[in-house]
Write a protein that binds this ligand. Structure first.
Ligand SMILES: Cc1ncc(COP(=O)(O)O)c(C=O)c1O
Length: 367
C-alpha cells in the first residue's frame, strides 16, 4: 500500500470513528456538542481568529458576514463581476447595493486593489473578495487599500480553506471571512460552513440574527464530526495537489488555445478546481460546453466556470466600466476537478490522463 493510500485509509477510519463517537455519546441529537467545540477550536488556532460561527453553508456564511455590517440602503458592496452566484443574492438579501468590478485581465479570476481603486466611490461600505479556481487574491494589498478607504473586507475562502496567502491562512485576512464544508469541497460534510472574525460586534450581531429560540442556521454535531479529521490532513493534501497542478501546468503550456494562470511562487494555494482559460478566438457560446462534454467522455471531470454577473439586469447593480473581463471569464473558463489532482480512492493523481485528453481535444475539435 502506498503511503498516500495508507494515509487515506487512516483518514477514512478517523472519520468513521469520529462519527461513531458522536452516535455513541448521544450528541448527534443535541443542538451543540464536543465535536462542534473541537472544530471551532481547531479553526481558531489555524487562523488565530477569536470568533468562529459554524453555519449551514458557505452561501449562508457570506450572507451572515454581510448581515453583521447592518448595511444601510445607501451602502454599496463591491463584488467581482465573476464570482459564486450566491454572493450576488447575499448582498441583495442583506440590503446592500451591488457594485460590480472586473478582475484585472492579466490576473485571472481574483480582484486586485488597483481595480478596486478605479471603481471607488464614497458609498463603498464593503467588498467581497473570493479566492477562486486555485488562485489567491492579494490579500495584504487589498487590506491596505480597504483600510485606507474605510471599506470592510469579506474574504470568501470557501474554495480555499487551508491555503496560505503570504504566510497566513486564507480566511485569516478579512475583517470577516467564510469557509464552506459543502458538496465536493476540499473539506466536506456534504453541507456546512463557517464565518470567522476577530470583531466582537460583528460576532454579536450574527449571534442575534441567527438566534430564533436556537441557532436557525446551525451546522450539526455529526457534520462537525465528519469535518474534523479532514482538517487535520489538509496541509499535506494541498502540497500534493500543488505538485499535480504544476505537472498539469507544464503539460498544458504547449497549447496556444489554452491559458493557465501562472501558479503562485510564494503562496501555497488550494486547488478546489484547476482553472484554465480558453483563448477568446476559440470560443463561441457552445464551444466550451462541447469541450466539457468531450472531456467527460474521455473520463475527465471538467466543468464550466461561473456564469458571472455582467449579463444580469443592470437594475440590480452599478458598474463604472464595461465588465469585459468578467464576461470573458464567464464564457472562457474551464475547470478540472480536484479529484484529478489527488484521487481519494487511489491516492494517485491522473495528470497524464488529463494531458492525453487535451491532446485528443485539440485534434477532434481542430483547435
Ligand atoms: C467562492 C464560493 N463562495 C461560496 C460558496 C458557497 O458554498 P456552499 O456550497 O457551502 O453554500 C461557494 C461554493 O461553491 C464558492 O465557490
Amino acid at each position: 500500500m502506498s503511503n498516500r493510500h495508507e494515509q487515506e485509509s487512516i483518514t477514512s477510519r478517523a472519520i468513521a470513528a469520529s462519527v461513531l463517537e458522536t452516535l455513541r455519546d448521544g450528541h448527534w441529537r443535541a443542538y451543540n456538542g464536543p465535536k462542534s467545540e473541537q472544530l471551532t477550536g481547531w479553526l481558531q488556532s489555524a487562523t488565530g481568529l477569536q470568533h468562529i460561527r459554524l453555519c449551514s453553508s458557505g452561501t449562508i456564511a457570506v450572507e451572515l458576514a454581510l448581515r453583521a455590517l447592518h448595511l444601510k440602503s445607501t451602502d454599496e458592496v463591491i463584488l467581482s463581476g465573476y464570482d459564486f452566484p450566491g454572493n450576488f443574492r447575499a448582498v441583495e438579501d442583506a440590503g446592500g447595493k451591488i457594485v460590480l468590478c472586473d478582475p484585472a485581465p492579466e490576473c485571472g479570476w481574483v480582484l486586485t486593489p488597483e481595480r478596486l481603486e478605479q471603481s471607488y466611490a464614497p458609498e463603498f461600505r464593503a467588498v467581497v473578495v473570493s479566492h477562486l479556481h486555485g488562485q489567491l487574491a492579494p490579500m495584504a494589498s487589498i487590506l491596505d487599500w480597504a483600510n485606507s478607504r474605510n471599506v470592510v473586507v469579506i474574504e470568501d475562502a470557501c474554495q480555499a480553506q487551508g491555503a496560505m496567502v503570504d504566510g497566513k491562512q486564507a480566511g485569516a485576512w478579512g475583517h470577516l471571512s467564510t469557509y464552506s464544508f459543502g458538496g465536493s469541497k476540499l473539506v466536506s460534510a456534504g453541507r456546512g460552513g463557517a464565518v470567522l472574525t476577530n470583531d466582537s460586534l460583528y460576532a454579536q450581531r450574527m449571534r442575534v440574527y441567527c438566534e430564533r429560540g436556537n441557532d436557525a442556521f446551525a451546522m450539526s454535531e455529526i457534520q462537525s464530526a465528519l469535518v474534523l479529521p479532514q482538517c487535520e490532513r489538509l496541509a499535506d493534501d494541498h502540497a500534493m495537489r500543488l505538485q499535480s497542478a504544476s505537472q498539469l501546468y507544464s503539460a498544458l503550456a504547449k497549447y496556444r488555445w489554452l491559458q493557465c494562470v501562472p501558479l503562485p511562487q510564494q503562496d501555497s494555494p488550494a486547488f478546489y478546481k484547476f482553472g484554465i482559460l480558453v483563448a477568446a478566438e476559440q470560443m463561441d457560446s457552445d464551444r466550451r460546453d462541447s469541450m466539457v462534454t468531450r472531456l467527460a467522455k474521455l473520463g475527465i471531470e471538467a466543468g464550466a466556470g461561473f456564469m458571472g454577473f455582467a449579463n444580469r439586469s443592470s437594475k440590480r447593480y452599478r458598474a463604472n466600466h464595461s465588465l469585459e473581463v468578467s464576461k470573458r471569464l464567464a464564457s472562457n473558463t474551464l475547470l478540472i476537478h480536484h479529484s484529478h489532482l489527488l484521487d481519494p480512492a487511489t491516492g494517485a493523481n491522473s495528470i497524464d490522463q488529463v494531458a492525453n485528453a487535451f491532446e485528443q481535444l485539440e485534434t477532434e475539435l481542430s483547435l
